[in-house]
Each structure stands twice: as structure tokens, then as C-alpha cells.
Design a protein around this ligand. Structure first.
Ligand code: PEP
Length: 251
């Protein structure tokens, strides 16, 4: 049985003060939460302060990105060593905003995957197709190619610790959600690809989140799909009340 994982990607939002207020409220409201993982992804500036609030609670935290080298002359970058040093559990890699706006290639994402796993962090690897790719019937080819290239030289054990987020680009921040059936179909395709790259045992352990305009009013129907193991939430994770409602979708 895969543990559900609900994650909030705050992107370039929240000061340290706002981030700390948010997680304090989460810790209080979610202390009775069922058997699931709830992860917040603050900006780098707030990571350490958030780490201090959530230590020894059931709220986990992660980074939105990282570089693949441990240290050195890489002005402006943050290394996996630095993240591990403050107890970061998860790191989002390959988000479409980094692929599209910041020019991250599949090869760079693969280097980051290997570095994160070496430092025992769990990557959330984002994959997703553009609207024109879906309209041309190429969505599965795009996802397959991203998976093959991003997961190159990742071992079975490492793969079992990896989370995949299926985030169709046309659904991110647009208010348009993939239908639960379409999302489930793509998740099944992703799991099938993991079976072909690894094996059934590994594929059965990998959690696959859906991301793209997830809100309190659609989380239930998405999570009811057998292949959807969680959600990566952007906009609706910025407000604590809305994120708590999403995390409490079962109640
Ligand atoms: C995201 O950017 O990962 C995301 C899913 O955003 P939103 O929920 O705002 O569509």
C-alpha cells in the first residue's frame, strides 16, 4: 500500500515570517492527520526557519530545486550537501517552470536526481506535456522520453524512494484540471514505463502525484483514482485553510 503524499509548492512566495506562521498553523491543525505524508516546499530563504518549526512533527519539508555539485564556484546555487545539512527530506526536480523558464535540460535534471539520491533525499520528479503535444497525440511519447532521460543510471533502490509528479503544463496555474480519468490513464502509463525500466516490485512502490490546479473541491475525486497517490499543489497551497482542506481530503 502506497502512503498518500500531499505536497505544497510555494514557488517564489512568502517571507520567512509568513512561512513560519503558515507551518505553525499546519502543525497545530494536522497533528491528528491520518497515515499520510504532508510536505511543504518553502523558498530557500525560509527553509531553515521552517525546519526549526516542523522538527519532530508530522509535517515534512523540502526544497524547490538544488544544484548537482556538493560545493564550489557556482554563484547563486544551493547544493544537496547544504540541504541535507538542515534536514531537508524532499526536493522537487524538473518542475516545468525550471524546464521552460530557466532552461533546465533532461540531462541536468538527471544529474540533479543522482545528487539528491546520493544525499538520501527523496526527489519529486516532475514530468508533463504541453497542450500542443497533447493535441498532436504525443503526450505519452513526451512523458516516456522525460522518464527515460531523467532516470538514467538511477538504481532500483533509488527509484523506489523517488516520487513522480505528473503535471500537464496546460493545467498548471490555469484553473484547468486534467479529468480524473485522463490523469489516472497517464499515471498508469507512467507506472507501466517504470515496470519496463525497472520491475513490477519497484513500480508498485513509486508514488505518483498529480499536479495542475488541484483545489479543495477536486482533490477527493482525483485521489479516488487507483493510480493517483497524491497531489503536488501550487496556488491552492499558499493559503493555509485551503491547503489543510486538501490534506484532509479523506475526512
Ligand atoms: C505546480 O506548479 O506544481 C502546480 C501544480 O501549480 P498549480 O496547483 O497552481 O496549478
Amino acid at each position: 500500500m502506497r502512503k498518500p503524499i500531499i505536497a505544497g509548492n510555494w514557488k517564489m512566495n512568502k517571507t520567512v515570517k509568513k512561512a513560519v506562521e503558515f507551518v505553525k498553523e499546519m502543525v497545530e491543525t494536522m497533528n491528528d492527520c491520518p497515515d499520510m505524508e504532508i510536505v511543504v516546499f518553502p523558498p530557500f530563504t525560509a527553509l531553515h526557519a521552517v525546519a526549526n518549526v516542523v522538527r519532530d512533527t508530522n509535517i515534512l519539508f523540502g526544497a524547490q530545486n538544488m544544484y548537482y555539485e556538493s560545493a564550489g564556484a557556482y554563484t547563486g546555487e544551493i547544493s544537496p550537501l547544504m540541504l541535507a545539512d538542515i534536514g531537508v527530506h524532499f526536493v522537487i526536480l524538473g518542475h516545468s517552470e525550471r524546464r521552460e523558464i530557466l532552461g533546465e535540460t533532461n540531462e541536468i535534471i538527471n544529474l540533479k536526481m543522482k545528487a539528491a539520491l546520493n544525499y538520501r533525499m527523496k526527489p519529486i520528479l516532475c514530468v508533463g506535456e504541453k497542450l500542443e503535444e497533447r493535441e498532436k497525440g504525443k503526450a505519452e511519447d513526451v512523458i516516456h522520453s522525460q522518464l527515460v532521460r531523467n532516470l538514467q543510471d538511477i538504481s532500483k533502490d533509488e527509484m523506489a524512494r523517488t516520487v513522480i509528479a505528473y503535471e500537464p503544463l496546460w493545467a498548471i496555474g490555469t484553473g484547468k484540471t486534467a479529468s480524473p480519468e485522463d490523469a489516472n490513464k497517464m499515471h498508469a502509463f507512467i507506472r507501466g514505463t517504470i515496470i519496463s525500466l525497472y520491475d513490477k516490485r519497484v513500480a508498485s512502490m513509486v508514488r505518483i502525484q498529480y499536479g495542475g490546479s488541484v483545489r479543495p473541491d477536486n482533490i477527493g475525486i482525483l485521489m479516488a483514482q487507483p493510480e493517483i497517490d497524491g497531489a503536488l499543489v501550487g496556488g491552492a497551497s499558499l493559503d493555509v485553510e485551503s491547503f489543510v482542506k486538501i490534506a484532509r481530503y479523506t475526512l
